[in-house]
Design a protein around this ligand. Structure first.
Ligand code: MEV
Length: 328
């Protein structure tokens, strides 16, 4: 049995715009998915997952998605999680040339699903590393990131950037622009997260921005303006200027709102953080529901969020210096 973990992430800047070639800066956080993989005697894939902010589920099926039994996937997120694991294993079969190999896969995660914290990327990265190692193959972080990106690209019908998967594989703060991904220096960031208990549909939200861009020139300008914010944000990160970072995060949130990807609960949490004198706050990830990220070295924002209607959980998150970790 091989067990690997990989971190979730927040977007300091640039989600959605990154889909159109603008830069983005995600940052790994110490909330992890742990994936255990054990080779089976047959070619089946069996997945057991708990703590995915959903009831535990166990599914067993043959080598392909078509063979999947008619499980009660009342939670569409469960089937989404299954799709990611399925494709991640397909990537490992491909990279190791072991087409017929089957696995028992166990997933545990303390990253809320679909909430903007890169849960699927973390599961995919950890699964690829663990499954490859179970077959005696040790992949470099770059190869894991590439295979994890291909997994998300496949599952999300071609609508995926490299940001989540690269950040989860390598850890730290990252700059992503098109196919170019690299680690960047970041100060110790006082990250506070608010979670509304919900999740957005990434595919739908990305499609909504695409439609707006096609219909309105000013929506395309808005996407470009987010790119400008990211470039200024990189300078503020390099300078360790938390006040400027916060201002730029506020600006970024406003533009994401204009693109229609915020929600009442995300806006309420952002305002609660601002009222608590956070340096700044914004939604993180695809939006529509899920999480906000704020910067505040004092306990004020976390406390304020915990009393904010619509906020189900508020917590502090350390920057994760390490990406994928080999636990067993
Ligand atoms: C989702 O976490 C971030 C988006 O920019 C989509 C992507 O980059 O794949 C909305």
């Amino acid at each position: 049995m091989a067990v690997s973990s990989a971190p979730g992430k927040v977007y300091l800047f640039g989600e959605h715009a990154v889909v159109y070639g603008e830069p983005a800066v995600p940052c790994a956080i110490e909330r992890r998915a742990r994936v255990g993989v054990e080779q089976r005697a047959d070619s089946k894939l069996r997945v057991h997952a708990e703590d995915l902010s959903l009831d535990g589920f166990t599914v067993e099926y043959g080598g392909s998605t078509d063979d999947r039994p008619d499980v009660d996937v009342s939670e569409s997120l469960i089937s989404a999680a299954m799709g990611y694991v399925d494709e991640a294993i397909a990537q490992v079969r491909d990279v190791t040339d072991e087409d017929e190999v089957g696995f028992d896969v166990t997933i545990e995660s303390d990253i809320p699903l679909g909430a903007g914290l890169g849960s699927s990327a973390a599961v995919v990265v950890a699964a690829i590393d663990a499954a490859a190692r179970e077959l005696g193959v040790s992949l470099e972080a770059d190869e894991i990131a590439e295979r994890a990106y291909r997994t998300e690209h496949e599952v999300q019908d071609g609508q995926a950037s490299r940001a989540d998967t690269f950040c989860s594989a390598t850890g730290g703060a990252v700059r992503v622009e098109g196919d170019d991904c690299r680690s960047i220096e970041a100060p110790d960031l006082p990250i506070v997260i608010g979670f509304d208990g919900g999740a957005g549909d990434t595919g739908q939200l990305v499609a909504g921005v695409r439609d707006l861009r096609e219909e309105y020139g000013f929506a395309a300008d808005t996407v470009e303006a987010i790119g400008d914010i990211v470039r200024r944000g990189e300078e503020a990160l390099a300078d360790g200027d938390l006040e400027e970072l916060g201002r730029l995060m506020n600006f970024n949130h406003g533009l994401l709102s204009a693109l229609g990807v915020s929600s009442r609960s995300l806006d309420t949490m952002v305002w609660a953080a601002r009222d608590a004198d956070a340096y700044g706050a914004k939604l993180t990830g695809a939006g529509g529901g899920g999480c906000i990220v704020a910067l505040d070295p004092t306990p004020e924002t976390e406390t304020a969020l915990s009393f904010t209607p619509g906020c189900e959980d508020a917590f502090r998150a350390e920057l994760a210096e390490a990406g994928v970790k080999r636990l067993e």
